[in-house]
Write a protein that binds this ligand. Structure first.
Ligand SMILES: Cc1cc2nc3c(=O)[nH]c(=O)nc-3n(C[C@H](O)[C@H](O)[C@H](O)COP(=O)(O)OP(=O)(O)OC[C@H]3O[C@@H](n4cnc5c(N)ncnc54)[C@H](O)[C@@H]3O)c2cc1C
Length: 511
């Protein structure tokens, strides 16, 4: 008898979700993770005494639109979500405004501050909420060849089809311009859409903006104790069902015999056998672990891109003080700090030329404002995500260019909150190189693969592997950001993969 029914390679949040559903279905599960902690890009540690830093994703948005937390009873296993409301504070440095969970309040405040823009926001939500809901539904099941068509059809729900349809095919920067005449409102919304990677000028990228209405439905949240609260709870959920989770246990080889998966060999030489193996790592890591005769050319042709963001994580001795923002709301909401649209495009232009951005737009997060366990009394954690940064540089290396990129991020933030640098007592600088080396995010892409239309739905990671199964190797399954619906803290891929895996292994229908 094999050691396990299911071996899971990697303990990113999607892989843990697949493992938890499999364990709950009565399967014997063993998870093997390369790092010293679980969670991958959803993990947290006390990196500066008294200050807890997330290593990857921090704003939990998409997972709140799924039933995963309830189905796996994660609150019973220690997950406690704290609401972040206002969800976003938007600013060019002079005129801040807030996006509250309550759409009505957001509209009223916008209308007061920027006459006409509140009404534009209302129209935007009215026009795109049904579409956004349909896309969320498509994300919660294995992709099919008709999904793109379904998404297109849903754009016309209850609206003038001929008006709406062309919009989803456009660049999101253009669609934002069609709705919002004031750049101070438009630029932060465009900047939020840019978080998925594609720039505002990419055709077919509008869904990244048109998804926005769902923020008002699921909200923005933080696990108490840091992002890793989610993955720690998942680990406990797996163990409560008899599963085993091993850290510092890198998988070196996925073992295959006669076209059927046999198990894995760890870097220390140990062999563990299983009826099925699920890889939740980057798809190129999976490909590297397989006998090369089982790796089709398509697996090597996936577009990973050239990185796109970096993050400066700071431990501060005092709280952030914004020049023009209302305290404490500005410290609570995710800061969408962007001077204008040109700043995004200029950053993207420098990136295309292989250079780190000199004056980056920022996403500022100081979640110690909602969670006092992240910093000592009076202190603050401040995380500054910035774009755009190439993994492969036109000149120099990340070893020689990190200091300059760090300084430019800090300088950009001082436009909003001068004096912040004087409060720094500790820090972690995560360049695209750092993300590649430490989190296994190839070439620093936090979404694993580019989130462009040619790699979404049944094209992710490539067509023949889009059903969460590796083609040509029976018993080898896939999950994670390399698969549909892509990157971000959502867990949909983990749940979708579990549905396929558990169905195959137990022959029971998914309830
Ligand atoms: C800095 C940063 C900020 C982000 N901000 C946000 C945000 O605010 N909101 C949001 O929604 N998303 C955000 N994201 C994106 C999101 O966190 C990721 O897309 C998502 O977490 C990826 O999850 P995953 O399940 O694909 O697995 P990953 O997190 O990629 O995990 C893969 C795991 O596999 C392990 N592994 C690799 N090789 C092996 C091996 N040989 N053997 C065993 N294990 C192995 C890795 O160590 C890792 O633990 C951010 C990401 C980063 C890095």
């Amino acid at each position: 008898m094999p050691d396990y029914d299911v071996i899971v390679m990697g303990a990113g949040h999607n892989a843990l979700i697949t493992a938890a559903y499999a364990a709950k279905a009565g399967l014997r599960v063993g998870v093997f993770e390369r790092r010293h902690i679980v969670g991958g890009a959803v993990s947290t540690e006390e990196l500066v005494p008294g200050y807890r830093f997330d290593y990857g994703g921090s704003a939990h948005i998409l997972i709140r639109l799924t039933p995963i937390v309830q189905e796996l009873e994660l609150s019973r296993h220690g997950l406690h979500y704290l609401e972040v409301d206002p969800m976003f504070h938007c600013s060019d440095g002079e005129t801040p405004w807030f996006i509250h969970r309550d759409a009505g309040r957001t509209i009223r405040e916008l209308e007061e501050k920027f006459p006409g823009q509140g009404e534009a926001y209302r129209r935007f939500l009215d026009d795109w909420t049904p579409f956004a809901r349909s896309v969320a539904d498509l994300f919660m099941s294995a992709p099919g060849p008709l999904d793109l068509g379904k998404m297109v059809v849903s754009s016309g729900k209850g609206k003038d089809w001929a008006e709406q349809l062309p919009r989803i095919l456009r660049p999101y920067g253009d669609v934002a311009k069609e709705y919002f005449s004031d750049e101070r409102v438009r630029a932060p919304l465009t900047w939020m859409a840019a978080q998925s990677g594609p720039p505002p000028s990419d055709p077919l990228s509008a869904p990244f903006l048109l998804w926005h209405p769902l923020y008002h439905q699921g909200g923005v949240a933080r696990p108490k104790g840091g992002s890793g609260g989610l993955t720690r709870a998942l680990k406990r959920a797996i163990e409560a069902e008899g599963g085993e989770v091993f850290t510092d246990a890198p998988v070196q080889d996925i073992l295959v015999k006669g076209g059927k998966v046999q198990g894995v060999r760890l870097a220390n030489g140990e062999v563990h056998t299983a009826r099925a193996v699920v890889s939740g790592t980057h798809v190129l890591t999976t490909a590297d672990a397989l006998p090369q005769e089982h790796v089709p050319a398509s697996a090597r042709q996936v577009r990973v891109g050239n990185g796109f963001g970096m993050i400066l994580r700071l431990a501060l001795s005092g709280q952030v003080k914004y020049r023009h923002h209302t305290e404490p709301d500005s410290r609570v909401g995710v800061g969408l700090l962007v001077k204008n649209e040109r700043q995004i495009m200029q950053g993207y232009g420098e990136y295309l030329a292989g250079e780190p951005t000199t004056d980056p737009p920022l996403v500022a997060m100081s979640f110690s404002a909602v969670d006092d366990s992240l910093a000592p009394p009076g202190g603050e954690v401040l995380w500054l995500w910035a774009q755009y940064y190439p993994y492969e540089l036109a000149s120099g290396s990340w070893e020689t260019r990190t200091a300059e990129a760090r300084e430019n991020i800090l300088r950009a933030f001082e436009h909003y909150a001068p004096g912040t640098r004087d409060m720094i007592v500790g820090e972690l600088v995560q360049t695209p190189q750092w993300l590649h080396d430490h989190l296994g995010l190839h070439r620093g892409n936090v979404m694993h693969l580019e989130m462009s239309f040619d790699q979404m739905f049944s094209f992710r990671p490539w067509m023949k592997a889009s059903g969460y199964k590796w083609p040509g190797v029976s018993g080898l399954y896939l999950t994670g950001a390399s698969t549909h619906p892509g990157g971000g803290i959502m867990g949909a891929s983990g749940r979708n993969a579990a549905r396929v895996l558990v169905g195959d292994l137990t022959r029971r229908r998914w309830k």
